[in-house]
Ligand binder design. Sequence first.
Ligand code: PBG
Length: 329
Amino acid sequence: MAQFPIQRMRRLREHPTMRRMTQETRLSPSDFIYPLFVTHGRNVKQEVSAMPGVHQISLDHLIHEVEEVAELGIPAVLLFGIPAKKDGVGTEAYETNGIVQEAIRVVKQASPETLVITDVCLCEYTDHGHCGIVAGGTVDNDQTLDLLGQMAVSHAEAGADIVAPSAMMDGQVGAIRAALDRAGFKNTSIMGYSAKYASGFYGPFRVAADSAPQFGDRRGYQMDSSNVRQAMREIEQDIEEGADMIMVKPALAYLDVISKAKERFDYPLAAYNVSGEYSMVKAAAENEWIDGQRVAMEILTAIKRAGADMVITYHAKEASGWLRANGRS
Ligand code: PBG
């Protein structure tokens, strides 16, 4: 390799067009998946505390949201529901007329080209706030699998394109694949939340989705943040059980996990730029401690550079707008 002064790295940086031409990672609206929180009622648009720009919305507002998302070139939304009632077994999670099932129909009607991804997990629907059935003071893995299967089928019946199990129950991808196939939904895809860590970064989401556990925490099923080799085993298992796409979550504190997963598995890889990551940027930007747009774009670029093919992010709409304004989308 040639050395200085023959080689001068700054030659590639001097001219803005040269910088653009030699960019190794380019963000585009097609990289993004936009999460949405849907709730019962009409004309509800309630901003989530700690997440400026993110709202719980009723189905009438959902129509406008989805049209905007499609117009910006964002290919998919990820739906979360706030149910009318919660109980021990999360009944509304798998009801034909549950809030998410209704929302799926609305999205498909408003914008057939937009892909609908649904979160398959019971924590928003149970009164105890855990991701499955609680028995003997713990979350019972195998009893929960049946309900996750039912939930996924109810989403597929309503028209979901991709179901995304996030409960971190062992065998959940296999159970859902079997349930979908039995019900005739052979072409409904599964995006596994394969390596999902027990994380402090989910704090604002739990307010948005009203899903904080009422006792204990999720460390008995979500991964320990110190582990990366275990994440590879989680992903491997999801693939063996039939996942079409895999995910690492959160993103920013887990770029090494994203990068390793990318090297190791030839499957579409999503990374979830979670609520707390978003809130930190917004809070610091509001204080004028950082330039919010610049930092958000730097973070999204880093997640893609690490290896994510898809980035689930609350910044999706604004980032797509910025890309368009800069003529780079
Ligand atoms: C449901 C779920 C959670 C998130 C996505 N799906 C919360 C949790 O596991 O506690 C977090 C997303 C975010 O923080 O943006 N289990």
